[in-house]
Write a protein that binds this ligand. Structure first.
Ligand SMILES: [Zn+2]
Length: 454
């Protein structure tokens, strides 16, 4: 099957041809770990997880390598650790595990590699050395800068002229720069700041060089797909391309560049000052958005109901629509079971093969549900990473304190009040919870477990 993806580099939809079909390689920029990830960060995690699943489906599970980094050295991290009075190590470890819990709840598979920047400083120093040697970088005032004038097609990915880049981007002006668009590869660290030894003194890497060095270390000098949010196209991805191509002397860094669109909340740009800044954690585990918690599969479906390149307006209404869709699928699936023909799910693969057309794929799932094709519905749902949509409700969704009922029933049984014990059992069953009596294998004590039966 042909896969077609829109390539930012060529501004066109192209048939995807992997460099090595036995090892399809993709890199996606991951989080800078200083605070809870917001829902804007959830979008690339979900979109590129769908792509990862599609590639695994087409080329085979063991023939796709997906690297998504963790940026654990950055000025934002240094500032936050100082503000909160915690060590950088503690801050980055806590934040990285929060991120893992969030994206797992959103149904994202772990990537093949999740490199941490601080574990690849040697690769970065080597790459910077190579750029200096090839005449693409210079040391000045304790910094090392990339010389953008040394690369004739700098700006090609973002398709910007030099004037636009200088005027439009928040390009930092500094006296030691040869050109205003030159960017930092290495900068000096004060005593209290994290730093590593280098030929240019003790310091730390700039953000852009991290991704160039880690992708080369794990995926090679040229690989298939590079993804990220459209806000990263310039300057971050432009600078990644400049560093990687100039250090390795290659024509491209990645063959295909894929970018997901912007995300707004209730029609407005998300920002802390507008008070509409929403974290994934808040949506999943608190009642700050719409006065309730939202299951991970609802968030994921709400995100996939818009094509990945389109801007998305994240709203309560959209979440409710996604939830209603899932409830419908779940009910029809419970009725249909795994009947029907799983091969029909091919239609979902075909929709995704057309530049990840998740909206059409979701339409196919609606069709499978209507025609009671439970097998195709199940297969399609898995391809979109929406397994949770068909799973029985979890304990968290049940608005009943089951443990209190079980305790009351055990007390009734201890008093040989069988009528009361049965009444409690039946009352729970009416709410879809089935109790099972057994014995603890270790102690021989009676134990009651339960499961959701509808
Ligand atoms: Zn990056």
């Amino acid at each position: 099957m042909d896969l077609k993806f829109y390539n930012t580099l060529t501004r066109s939809k192209e048939t995807f041809e992997p460099i090595d079909p036995a090892n399809v390689r993709m890199y996606v920029c991951g989080p800078t770990v200083y605070d809870y990830a917001h829902i804007g960060n959830a979008r690339p995690a979900i979109v590129f997880d769908v792509l990862f699943r599609l590639l695994r489906h087409v080329y085979g599970e063991n023939h796709v390598t997906y690297a998504r980094n963790i940026t654990d050295v950055d000025d934002k991290i240094i500032d936050r650790a100082a503000r909160d009075g915690v060590s950088i190590d503690e801050l980055t470890k806590t934040t990285a595990s929060q991120y893992h819990a969030d994206v797992a709840a959103l149904g994202c598979l772990p990537p093949t590699h999740e490199p941490r920047a601080t574990k690849h400083i040697g690769d970065m120093v080597a790459m910077i050395g190579q750029l200096i040697e090839r005449g693409h970088a210079y040391a000045a005032d304790g910094h090392v800068l990339f010389d953008t004038a040394s690369m004739p097609d700098y700006g090609k990915l973002a398709k910007r002229s030099l004037d636009e880049m200088v005027a439009g981007a928040r390009v930092e002006v500094a006296s030691y720069k040869k050109n205003p668009t030159d960017f930092v590869l290495w900068k000096p660290s004060d005593e209290g700041q994290p730093g590593w030894g280098s030929p240019w003194g003790r310091g730390r890497p700039g953000w852009h060089i991290e991704c160039s060095a880690m992708s080369a270390a794990l995926l090679g000098e040229t690989f298939d797909i590079h993804g990220g949010g459209i806000d990263l196209a310039f300057p971050h991805h432009e600078n990644e391309v400049a560093q990687s191509r100039c250090a390795h002397g290659t024509a491209v860094m990645a063959n295909v560049w894929m970018h997901n669109g912007f995300l707004q909340v209730e029609g407005q740009k998300m920002s802390k000052s507008l008070g509409n800044f929403v974290t994934i954690n808040e949506l999943l585990r608190t009642k700050t958005f719409g006065g309730r918690e939202w299951p991970g599969e609802v968030l994921r479906l709400a995100m996939l109901m818009t094509h990945y390149r389109q801007p998305i307006d994240f709203s309560i209404k959209r979440l409710e629509e996604a939830e209603a869709k899932i409830a419908r699928w779940r009910n029809l699936f419970a009725e249909a079971g795994e009947g029907g023909d799983a091969a029909d799910a091919q239609a979902v693969t075909e929709a995704l093969a057309d530049d990840l057309n998740t909206w059409d794929a979701i339409g196919e799932l609606d069709r499978f549900a209507s025609s009671r094709n439970g097998s195709a519905l199940k297969a399609g749902v898995e391809l979109l990473g929406l397994e949770g949509a068909l799973a029985a409700q979890s304990a968290a969704d049940i608005d009943v304190d089951v443990d209190a009922f079980i305790a009351a029933r055990l007390a009734a049984r201890a008093e040989k009040n069988w009528a009361e014990a049965d009444r409690i059992r039946d009352e729970l069953l009416e709410q879809g919870i089935q109790l099972k009596d057994g014995k603890d294998p270790a102690t021989g004590e009676p134990v009651t477990t339960w499961e959701v039966v509808r």
